[in-house]
Write a protein that binds this ligand. Structure first.
Ligand SMILES: C[S@@+](CC[C@H](N)C(=O)[O-])C[C@H]1O[C@@H](n2cnc3c(N)ncnc32)[C@H](O)[C@@H]1O
Length: 218
């Protein structure tokens, strides 16, 4: 599973001295560029950013990841999870990682990951982050097929998608609040499918498709 173009990044340098950022960063005892960009705090500063409506929603990524890591499929070691961010960084979740359910703790963990490059527990590597474009990630994991999910895709359903994904395919769900995959990311997909006429939250799409995948391995 790839959560692509995810709205999870630290505050970009060009807005790190904006009052809404410095106030928030000072309260957290961190530098402006060390905290996660968050629309609920940095709305005014974000007006200066390109693509602002697709950024600053790390809470959506938290929800989507909690959904994926809580599935039996992941706990059985049958699912690999990657977060490709809008800033072209990729988070690799290693096997059977548990994530904090509290958003406050998740935010701290992501800030630490971006700063240190990895998270360890004793000798085990739990997560790491690398500078990588979506295309670079695909070259590294070499899936048999890249299946995108979007309301704008070809009409299908979760069961058919799970069947198509069976042999080492990658499922790509957007980690952004609105809009669609960029042309750059969509170009890496073999096909894009829709599972509903509604625009669904990423975590709902993840839950539905992974559940169907799970039924195939039982
Ligand atoms: C909040 S949505 C992004 C909004 C976008 N307007 C949309 O409907 O796809 C987050 C992600 O959920 C997935 N998604 C949302 N609705 C979907 C649908 N009807 N079928 C398949 N995937 C969907 C897509 O991967 C999308 O990028």
């Amino acid at each position: 599973l790839i959560i692509a173009e995810a709205a999870l990044e630290t505050v970009p340098k060009n807005i790190s001295r904006h009052a809404s950022v410095t106030r928030h960063a000072t309260r957290k005892g961190k530098a402006g560029t060390e905290i996660l960009l968050d629309r609920s705090y940095h709305h005014k500063a974000m007006l200066m950013l390109d693509n602002a409506d697709r950024r600053g929603r790390p809470d959506l990524v938290h929800f989507a990841l909690l959904e994926a890591v809580s599935t039996p499929l992941y706990r059985m070691g049958l699912l690999r999870i990657y977060v490709h961010s809008i800033a072209d960084k990729v988070i690799f979740l290693h096997e059977k990682v548990r994530l904090p359910k509290s958003y406050f703790r998740f935010e701290g963990l992501m800030e630490e990951l971006i700063k240190e490059g990895q998270i360890r527990s004793d000798s085990d590597l739990l997560m790491e982050i690398k500078n990588m474009r979506f295309a670079d990630l695909l070259s590294e994991i070499k899936p048999s097929k890249v299946i995108g999910l979007s309301r704008r895709g070809i009409k299908s359903d979760a069961t058919k998608i799970a069947t198509m994904a069976k042999e080492d395919a990658v499922l790509v769900v957007g980690g952004f609040p609105r809009g669609h995959f960029s042309a750059r990311v969509a170009a890496g997909m073999h096909q894009i499918y829709s599972i509903s006429d509604y625009s669904l939250e990423a975590h709902v799409v993840i839950a539905r498709v992974l559940y169907e995948c799970e039924k195939l391995v039982k």
